[in-house]
Design a protein around this ligand. Structure first.
Ligand SMILES: *Cc1c(COP(=O)(O)O)cnc(C)c1O
Length: 433
């Protein structure tokens, strides 16, 4: 399989090159030249197929010969070694719980898959790679966990001091070994700016093999298709496929769902559930694409004003907005509505939503009210405990901390502190020469 750059100014590359580079030299995102089709027997008989076989079947055409089949099979198996249950919330609405992984958010899947692929490629190259990433919270923990102890890969994570939750901070600062966390005295934008400077630094890149682990990397994007198939596997009324509501920020997750659908997965309709950052809902309504500055909300992992993966969503529909609108709509949900949804579902269904899942739930409920007879699934993208302070104050009670969280809160923060000063970061990175 080849991947072309959406800017069309760089040559097509295979899965290995696309993973190592992240972005094409012309700054375009990589997109598969063809969308593989799944077999009808696979779709109809999915209940009997083991999860790792489903995942392998989906990802194998994209990876092609870049990774031997037996190695890829093991990577897939390690990636999905936790449950992804479909839980009934009310008569028409189900929650696909993506938060049972090591850092309690769905990014574990993409990060783990990518880390294993890079680990394999670095073994082949016999050259140390340095993964450099800025995080506003969830990405850092997932990347730290995914890459911990992966041979040949050093990971440097920059996070803004005082702006990530207590759980998130421990998840990215306590590993040690090949994971290096830097607490930056600045904002997330400052962290991102420092990372960009490092990637643009020719001399540094001559000495070091630097690579990024952000969500536009194909190795993080493509494995997210897995859980849409797992949802279908657990869906009881196969004659009436589900509406799928996806809490969306950078639009990587829903883009994977749309890709799965384009490959033959039955889905009635997609909803891109957004918070107050409404670039896409507005685009679908007006036809004008106007990226904005992100505004802060309760569902902070979706605070994106310029969704990086949206160009890929459009590419699935050959850049035709009319065709996209037949399959997907997009709604903007406010913080006030998010709070009401968490409260109401906690009382009426005794189900605790996190702020991101709440946005997905509400967008789905609103859609189903207008489309009687349909049923749907929202993706619960994070465990409520990751946003404990917010959730506790909404439901007025303590929430139980899972054992993994209790343990991590007792670990030592190993981060180093740094001012927003590129030469300091540069010196730090040079130790990996
Ligand atoms: C990253 C994230 C999202 C947004 O996913 P995208 O792929 O960026 O659209 C939603 N919820 C949670 C909890 C996240 O961490």
């Amino acid at each position: 399989m080849k991947f072309y750059s959406l800017n069309k100014l760089s040559p097509s590359v295979d899965f290995k090159e696309a993973t190592i580079r992240g972005q094409a030299p012309d700054k375009g995102l990589y997109f598969p030249e063809i969308i593989p089709q799944v077999d009808q027997n696979f779709v109809n008989g999915i209940e009997k197929i083991p999860d790792e076989e489903i995942a392998f079947t989906i990802i194998h055409p994209y990876v092609g010969s870049a990774i031997p089949g037996d190695v890829l099979y093991n990577i897939v198996k390690e990636t999905i070694n936790f449950p992804i249950p479909l839980v009934k919330v009310n008569e028409n609405i189900y929650s696909l719980e993506l938060f049972h992984g090591p850092t309690l958010a769905f990014k574990d899947i993409g990060a783990k898959f990518m880390s294993r692929c890079l680990g394999f490629f670095s073994k082949e190259r016999k050259e140390k790679q340095v993964v450099l990433v800025a995080t506003s919270g969830d990405t850092g923990g997932a990347v730290a966990n995914g890459f911990y102890n992966v041979d040949g890969v050093e990971v440097v994570i920059l996070y803004p001091s005082g702006k990530v939750s207590a759980v998130q901070e421990k998840q990215l600062t306590t590993h040690g070994r090949n994971i290096h966390a830097i607490e930056v005295n600045g904002s997330f934008d400052d962290c991102q700016q420092l990372v960009k400077q490092a990637f643009a630094d020719k001399e540094l890149n001559h000495d070091l093999f630097l690579t990024s682990a952000n969500s536009i990397n194909v190795a993080r994007w493509l494995p997210q298709q897995f859980y849409y198939f797992f949802a279908w596997k657990q869906w009881e009324s196969k004659e009436n496929p589900p509406v799928m509501s996806v809490p969306s920020g950078n639009f990587g997750n829903i883009c994977a769902g749309l890709l799965a659908h384009a490959s033959g997965l039955p889905v009635q309709h997609f909803i891109a559930a957004c918070n107050a950052n409404d670039t896409v809902p507005e685009f679908l309504e007006t036809g004008n694409y106007k990226p904005k500055r992100a505004v802060a909300t309760l569902s902070n992992a979706m605070d994106v004003g310029e969704p990086g993966n949206f160009i890929r969503v459009m590419e699935i529909f050959h850049q035709r907005i009319g065709d996209l609108k037949k399959v997907m709509n997009s709604t903007s949900i406010s913080d006030v509505e998010t709070i009401q949804a968490i409260k109401k579902v906690n009382v009426e269904q005794e189900y605790l939503l996190d702020p991101h899942g709440a946005v997905g739930f509400l967008a789905l409920q609103q859609y189903l009210q207008k489309h009687p007879g349909q049923k749907g699934i929202f993706l619960e993208t994070a465990h409520p405990v990751k946003f404990a302070d917010t959730v506790k104050s909404i439901i007025n009670r303590e929430i139980d901390l899972p054992l993994a969280i209790q343990e991590i809160l007792n670990k030592t923060n190993l981060s180093v502190n740094m001012n927003v000063n590129y030469s300091d970061l540069r010196d730090f990175l040079k130790q990996f020469k």
